[in-house]
Design a protein around this ligand. Structure first.
Ligand SMILES: Cc1cc2nc3c(=O)[nH]c(=O)nc-3n(C[C@H](O)[C@H](O)[C@H](O)COP(=O)(O)OP(=O)(O)OC[C@H]3O[C@@H](n4cnc5c(N)ncnc54)[C@H](O)[C@@H]3O)c2cc1C
Length: 375
């Protein structure tokens, strides 16, 4: 017999667990099933966010404990080195495993999560949604879908990808300055925007990632570059690995009365940076107080912010058409803008004054080129 639920959720990842942990507090009397293809929560991710005044305190709101935080950041390239003290803001690292574990604990008993089941097909029937999986079929009235599947018609801008390979490494001597996070250290590359991201956890231990923004990332080449980058630290021991390919684009997900997309495929990844934890938290906060009821799932669909989309569209064009110049764009942005405006902008919460500050800090030629380009 096919078991029926009020809501099926595909994926027990960041967007669905943050959403359920918060929204279920409003006591919905609904039966909810989450289907996750992974066998269990794994150690393959970190979630970093900017925190500070005017931003939702993610740790407090979601009862999470961050592992590391920095109030000094570094961005470098083109012979320039920009160091900033971003107090009272900070850059915060959440361990992916602990985060998902904690969110899962918070929804325990209220929903059913089935691990190790891959959803193969979804059919919207007249009054139900049918989910066909590797272990049978499920029926529900509504579906929240966090699979990272994006169709061409949902992409509303240039489409590039952020690809990265990272390792937490340990070295023998005190190589790292653990009071400062390197957000972007650009490498020379004519065809892609390429940089190293380095989060020092201790003087001997750091997460080091090699990242490219590219129309067509080649993971083999990236791996070779990454190994070369790691060699700069001398002899090291690898403690953990993570890698990803994240879409960088403006996305308008197709939605129906019964099915809504959430997370990456719904446009909850910031197009110009690839970050999503903050965007997910903002989306949930926009629905604050609303209880999940029968028939109201559609009202939770993600709506983007048109003024931020305007900037991201230009960023994406510059990154795509002038990859050799995009370091200049980021360096100017970090060096010329006021850090409070910058962080609120990167966290999707800028005021008009912040936006003016951001516009004034951008290299005008590049921005005009991006603005004038016809799609
Ligand atoms: C390695 C890595 C590091 C990142 N670091 C940061 C960061 O520091 N800060 C930040 O803001 N963002 C970061 N991101 C981007 C973003 O935060 C994450 O990708 C985030 O997990 C997005 O949430 P989501 O719910 O859309 O996707 P996920 O968290 O990936 O959740 C989707 C879930 O759906 C499951 N799934 C997919 N297909 C199926 C299927 N067919 N059947 C069943 N289950 C399925 C997946 O296994 C997954 O668990 C990172 C991404 C990666 C990959």
């Amino acid at each position: 017999m096919i078991k029926e639920y009020d809501i099926t959720v595909i994926g027990a990842g960041l967007s669905s667990l943050m959403f359920l942990s918060k929204i279920l507090k409003n006591k919905p009397k609904l039966s909810i099933l989450v289907i996750e293809q992974k066998k269990s929560i794994d150690h393959s991710q970190s979630f970093c966010v900017w925190e500070g005044p005017g931003l939702i305190d993610i740790e407090k709101e979601y009862k999470l404990k961050s592992k590391y935080r920095w109030n000094k950041i570094l961005i470098e390239g083109n012979g320039e080195k920009i160091k900033k003290d971003i107090s009272p803001y900070r850059y915060v690292h959440h361990d992916g495993y602990s985060t998902l574990k904690s969110l899962t604990r918070q929804v325990k008993g209220k929903i059913k999560i089935l691990y190790g089941i891959k959803v193969q097909k979804v059919n919207e029937l007249e009054k139900k949604v049918q989910v066909i999986s590797s272990q049978g079929t499920f029926l529900s009235n509504y579906l929240l879908d966090s699979r990272p599947k994006i169709s061409k018609s949902e992409i509303k801008s240039e489409y590039i990808q952020q690809a990265f390979i990272g390792n937490v490494i340990e070295v023998n001597s005190d190589n790292f300055n653990n009071s400062e996070a390197t957000i972007m250290s650009f490498s020379k590359n004519k065809n892609e925007t390429e940089f190293i991201y380095q989060l020092p956890f201790t003087k001997k231990r750091a997460l080091v990632e090699t990242t490219v923004f590219s129309s067509n990332p080649n993971l083999k080449k990236l791996q070779t570059k990454h190994i070369k980058n790691l060699k700069k630290y001398g002899s090291y021991k690898i403690l953990r690995s993570e890698k990803g390919i994240i879409p960088m684009a403006l996305i308008e997900a197709q939605t129906s009365e019964r099915i809504i997309k959430i997370g990456t495929a719904a446009g909850m990844v910031r197009a110009s940076s690839g970050y999503s934890m903050r965007k997910i938290a903002n989306w949930i906060s926009d629905n604050k107080g609303k209880s999940l009821k029968k028939n109201n799932l559609f009202s939770f669909r993600y709506k983007s912010n048109p003024s931020l989309d305007f900037f991201d569209r230009i960023f994406l064009r510059v990154i795509k058409d002038h990859p050799d110049k995009s370091p200049d764009l980021f360096i100017k942005l970090f060096s010329k803008s006021n850090h409070k405006s910058l962080i609120k902008f990167l966290s999707d919460k800028p005021s008009w004054l912040d936006i003016i500050n951001i516009i004034l800090s951008m290299p005008k030629n590049l921005m005009i080129k991006g603005l004038l380009k016809k799609k």
